[in-house]
Design a protein around this ligand. Structure first.
Ligand code: MLT
Length: 326
């Protein structure tokens, strides 16, 4: 047998062996702990939603899921880390409307493409946006709040979780509708930003409902409206933006799980099934609903549905932010 044909046969055998090992590892997955990147500081909405769902997924998968908060640049630092991770199922990320949609028009040199560099796993929670202010803010309703902002823009500051974060883009939209350009105060997440709002160190914030329900109910911050067509069941007294006189302000976010591109199909199927099972668990549902989340219905939990959502949200927020900046 010539050297060339011997090499060809050996290479063929190696390829088959590698494929077998790959499929075997996918079938045995997971055999060790999984790292779940949360691209914002602990205690914020992305972190809270992730810990609620991942704690149940860990039971299903039989391995610990360790949360790693990788902060910075509106969540794009963590998203870049995840995009570049080994596609072996052991590094995942919870991304959202910011990292996997609004960041695209806001970061011309974004180091990843949300559609091409990730495998969608599952949508975890829809998170309506609230207009929030420090508890002593001198306005009793949204109309008064907007009037005060317009009359005192140079004295006002707005907290957010970095350019391209949900809190940043949601308030960019609000500010453009109202016609103001306040000073932005960036934090590594709206967990720390909420602490600053409660301490009255910042004036207002547009944040995901899951991060605000306890503070609103505890009276440590003010809420003026929820930016969705319907009131939020966890805050039945809070008017919608339309009821409060600003119907143009509609904003809702979502948190979803992704893996690096190239993660084996069998692993993605297992992760999607574990996420879907978590979203059917009574305790997980109770905790997410208490925080005002919208839990996706089964048809909204598929990998295809998440892929379609990312595509449509990149297009939507590219248009919204372009219009807001004009
Ligand atoms: C954001 O985009 O504002 C983040 O979700 C904030 C956070 O999760 O800390």
């Amino acid at each position: 047998m010539s050297f060339r044909s011997l090499m060809a046969r050996s290479l063929g055998a190696l390829t088959i062996a590698a494929a077998f090992v790959g499929s075997a590892s996918a079938q045995d997955y997971p055999t060790r702990q999984i790292t779940m990147i949360v691209p914002f500081a602990a205690g914020g909405p992305t972190d809270v939603v992730t810990r609620i769902v991942a704690s149940h997924m860990a039971q299903t998968l039989g391995q610990a899921i360790v949360i790693e908060n990788v902060v910075g640049a509106g969540g794009t630092t963590g998203a870049t880390r995840a995009a570049r991770a080994q596609p072996d199922g052991y590094t995942l990320i919870t991304g959202h409307m910011g990292t996997h949609a609004a960041a695209v028009p806001l970061y011309p040199k974004l180091a990843y493409n949300p559609e091409k560099d990730f495998e969608p796993i599952a949508l975890l929670a829809g998170t309506p946006i609230l207009v929030l202010a420090r508890k002593d803010f001198p306005a009793s309703d949204l109309t008064g709040f907007v009037a005060y902002l317009k009359a005192n823009t140079d004295k006002i500051n707005m907290a957010h979780a970095g350019v391209g974060s949900v809190s940043h883009v949601s308030c960019e939209l609000f500010n453009s509708i109202v016609g103001i350009k306040p000073t932005g105060v960036p934090f590594n997440g709206t967990g720390p930003a909420m602490n600053a709002l409660v301490a009255q160190q910042v004036d207002y914030m547009c944040d995901q409902v899951v991060n605000a329900v306890p503070q609103i109910k505890g009276g440590t911050i003010r809420a003026y409206a929820v930016a969705t067509p319907e009131r939020n069941p966890s805050l039945p007294e809070l008017p919608t933006s339309a009821e409060a006189g600003l119907p143009a302000y509609q904003a809702s976010a979502w948190n979803a799980m992704f893996a690096p591109k190239g993660t084996p199909e069998a692993i993605l199927v297992k992760l999607n099934a574990a996420a879907a099972k978590a979203l059917d668990d009574d305790n997980v549902r109770k905790r997410l609903l208490e925080l005002g989340s919208d839990i996706p219905k089964p048809e909204g939990r598929t990998r295809e549905a998440l892929g379609g959502l990312v595509r449509s949200e990149v297009a939507k927020w590219s248009a919204v932010l372009k219009a807001a900046q004009n």
